[in-house]
Design a protein around this ligand. Structure first.
Ligand code: ADP
Ligand code: MG
Length: 237
C-alpha cells in the first residue's frame, strides 16, 4: 500500500508550481520531501492533505481515490512549523481535542491521551498550558496531538524549522523514534539536506515543481540522478 501521486499539475495563475508530478510513497515509511525553497514541497503536501486541489492528476491513499475527498475524510494528521495550538487548553486537552470532537467515549480518550503523553515524555506536563512548555516540548505535544486520531498518514511541513539547531536535532530523533514505535506512514517536508538524510527512510527530491529523484539516503549519495541532486546534497554543512 502507498500514497500514489499520479500526474499532478498545480498552477497558481500562469505559474506552474507542480508540473506533472508522479510519485509513490510507501506505507509505513518515513519519507522526506526535500528541496529548495519554492520548489513545490508544501504545495504537494497540501494536495496530499486535501487542503489544496490539483488542476489535474490524482491522489490515491491506501488504494482509495482521495483526489476529491475533503481533508477530514482523508484521515491525515498534521504538524506545521507554527502549529496552531489551543493556548487556553492544557497539554492533555490539546492532545484530546481530536478525539473529543469525534465523540470518543471519555475513558478511551483518557487512556489514549495518557498513552500519547507517555510516548512523547510529557506526562508530567499534562496540566500545563502550552505557553509553559519549551518550543521543543510544544512540538512534541503537536506530534502527540496529530497522532491521537490514529491517522493513516502523518504530514509534517517544516515542523522544526522555527526552533534552534540543538532542539531541531533532538526533535529529529523524536520523530524517528516515534515513527519506529507507531509505524504510521509519514511524509515530512524539509529544505534541510542533513535533516532528510539523517531521519528519512526514503527521500523525494523536488525542485521547480518536478521530482528530481526518489531514493534512500544511500542511493542519493551513491548515485545522484543529476547535477541538481549532486549540487543540492553537496551543500550539506
Ligand atoms: P516550498 O514549500 O517548496 O518552499 P511551495 O510549495 O510553498 O514551495 O511553493 C511553490 C511555488 O508556488 C512558490 O513559487 C510559491 O511562491 C508558489 N505558491 C505557493 N502557494 C501559492 C499561492 N497560494 N498563490 C500563488 N503562488 C503560490
Ligand atoms: Mg514550504
Amino acid at each position: 500500500m502507498s500514497i500514489d501521486i499520479s500526474r499532478v499539475t498545480k498552477k497558481f495563475g500562469d505559474f506552474v508550481a507542480l508540473d506533472d508530478v508522479s510519485v509513490s510513497i510507501p506505507t509505513g515509511q518515513l519519507t522526506a520531501l526535500l528541496g529548495p525553497s519554492g520548489g513545490g514541497k508544501s504545495t504537494l503536501l497540501r494536495i496530499i492533505a486535501g487542503l489544496e486541489s490539483a488542476d489535474s492528476g490524482t491522489v490515491t491513499i491506501e488504494g482509495t481515490d482521495a483526489t476529491r475527498l475533503p481533508p477530514q475524510k482523508r484521515n491525515v494528521g498534521f504538524v506545521f512549523q507554527h502549529y496552531a495550538v489551543f493556548k487556553h487548553m492544557t497539554v492533555a486537552k490539546n492532545v484530546a481535542f481530536g478525539l473529543e470532537i469525534r465523540k470518543k467515549p471519555k475513558p478511551e480518550v483518557l487512556r489514549r491521551v495518557e498513552e500519547l503523553l507517555d510516548l512523547v515524555h510529557l506526562s508530567q506536563f499534562s496540566h500545563r498550558l502550552p505557553s509553559q512548555l519549551s518550543g521543543g516540548q510544544r512540538q512534541r505535544m503537536a506530534l502527540a496531538r496529530a497522532l491521537a486520531v490514529e491517522p493513516t498518514v502523518l504530514l509534517l511541513d517544516e515542523p522544526f524549522g522555527a526552533l534552534d539547531a540543538k532542539v531541531r536535532k533532538e526533535l529529529r530523533e523524536w520523530l524517528r523514534r516515534l515513527h519506529d514505535e507507531v509505524h504510521v506512514t509519514t511524509v515530512f517536508v524539509t529544505h534541510d539536506q542533513e535533516e532528510a538524510l539523517e531521519v528519512a527512510d526514503e527521500i523525494v527530491v523536488i525542485n521547480d515543481g518536478r521530482i528530481e529523484q526518489v531514493g534512500t539516503p544511500d542511493q542519493l549519495y551513491d548515485e545522484p540522478a543529476n547535477d541538481f541532486v549532486m549540487g543540492f546534497l553537496g551543500q550539506v554543512t
